[in-house]
Design a protein around this ligand. Sequence first.
Ligand code: ATP
Ligand code: MG
Length: 183
Amino acid sequence: MRLKRIELAGFKSFVDPTRIDLDLGITAIVGPNGCGKSNIVDALRWVLGEHSAKHLRGGVMDDLIFQGSDTRSPVAVCDVELTFAIERGALATPYHELEEITIRRRLTREGGSDAFINGKMVRMKDVVDLFLDTGISTRAYAIVEQGSIARMVTAKPEERRVIFEEAAGVMKYRSRRKEAERR
Ligand code: ATP
Ligand code: MG
C-alpha cells in the first residue's frame, strides 16, 4: 500500500484546503520551525485511528481544529482525507478489487468525529481493521518518529512483540480473538 495523497482543511495550522501529492520515490517536507511539518504527520495518525489527543500533541481532540490566528478566525470543522494506492487483492473483501482507497475523517467542535471509506460513512473500527497487518496503523512501524528507534531497542520484550506481530500479520487474528472473547 502506498500513500498517494493527503488533503487537509481546518486541521491544526492548515486552515485552507491543502493537497499534498506523494509521488513515487521519496517525498521530503521541509520548512522552518513551526511551519506545520509535524502537523501533517498528526493528520495521518489521526485518520488512521489515533484516539489519544496527547499522541497528536494536543490536550483535547478539539485542538486538532484550527483555533484561529492574528489574521484568521477559528473554524468549526477539520477534515482530512488520505488516498492510498493498493495492489489488487491486498485488502480483504469488500475492498479486494480496488486499486485505490480513500479514508476520510472529520471532526466538528460540537458533533464529534465521523469516518468514511471511499465516501461511505463507517465506524472508526472499520478503518482500524482495514489497516491491521498492513504496517500502516497508527502505532505500527510505518510512522517512525524522533526517538522511536531508541524506544524500540530499549522496549520490553512484550512491547516489542507488538511490532513483530504486526509485521508477521497476526494482529488481525489477535484482535478478532479479543473481540470474540468479549462477547
Ligand atoms: P519543527 O521544525 O519545530 O518540528 P514543525 O514544522 O513540525 O516544526 P508543527 O509542530 O507541525 O511545526 O506546527 C506547529 C504550529 O502549528 C504552531 O505554530 C502551532 O501554533 C500551530 N498549530 C497547532 N495546532 C493548531 C491549531 N489547532 N490551530 C492553529 N494552529 C495550530
Ligand atoms: Mg516538527
